[in-house]
Design a protein around this ligand. Sequence first.
Ligand SMILES: C[S@@+](CC[C@H](N)C(=O)[O-])C[C@H]1O[C@@H](n2cnc3c(N)ncnc32)[C@H](O)[C@@H]1O
Length: 293
Amino acid sequence: MAVVPAVAEETFLSDVHLYTPFFQTSKNNVDFTSYLSYFKNNVCHEYMKLANATTGNMSETSGFHFLFCFFFFTRLQLIGFDQVWRGALLLSDFLVYNEERFNKCIALELGAGLGLCSIVLGRVAKKVFCTDLRENILRCCQNNITANSHLFKYGYDVVAVRKFDWLASGLPTGEGDFCWTKEDQEVLKNATVVLAADVIYDDSLTDAFIGTFLRLMEANKPITLLLTIERRLNFTLEELAVTSPAYNYFLSRIKELETKEQRLSTRKLDIDFPNYLQYERVKELELWEIKPA
Ligand SMILES: C[S@@+](CC[C@H](N)C(=O)[O-])C[C@H]1O[C@@H](n2cnc3c(N)ncnc32)[C@H](O)[C@@H]1O
């Protein structure tokens, strides 16, 4: 039997965090102090210390402070799953800027990762279902949400972490962790906002994601998808040029659903609202609003 030598597993760092150990800004009378910490061997470093620090004096500030934990380094097969992506930072800025619009809304976040946008929206929403696929990610997400539940205006349990797989035929129900109760499913029917950050990177997942939104649209008529995308650029042999194939595929699908099938109305929104969180608003970042036609 051949012996396979043990190879030290390589880890990768998300460039979002390279120069921003803390997101800390104050703009337009909104003070943001988010304490970033990181998971190592599944233990969140300095978690409790920072969580305690964030619970004091919240109501005395004009803005808010939140604690957000993420994986600083990630293994190759988990890239895309356990870190925070620039799309989530852009969408969070948009949610803060439009806080009044979202007051008391019922929302669903798809592919939430570690839950940043759900936390930001949870401050003013009546209910947010923060969803993703894998249980280990959902657990970290739950930790982030619990650590920030004092920020939620309409109750500490406003944000519920649930499993939602775009490729599955239904929602997981039953007794297990992150399953949907009957009551959740009833509340979900009244959701008017769907959030998704940085979920466009693989064509078959894009199909599954769009299919999920179309199904939600059938159940909830007045529903709006707010989707952020960071166009990933690649040199392709097919086109002999630097292009963004995953983005182009997404565009072709939504344009088809808009013009040919007349099911969707789509709009790319201006992203000139303030940069509350610290990150580089690169030119590849976009925000889309997608509604039923
Ligand atoms: C690039 S990450 C973005 C995470 C987060 N929205 C952010 O911007 O930080 C893509 C997310 O989509 C989720 N995802 C991938 N396939 C999925 C599926 N079939 N159903 C539900 N979520 C999925 C992944 O688990 C991951 O959290």
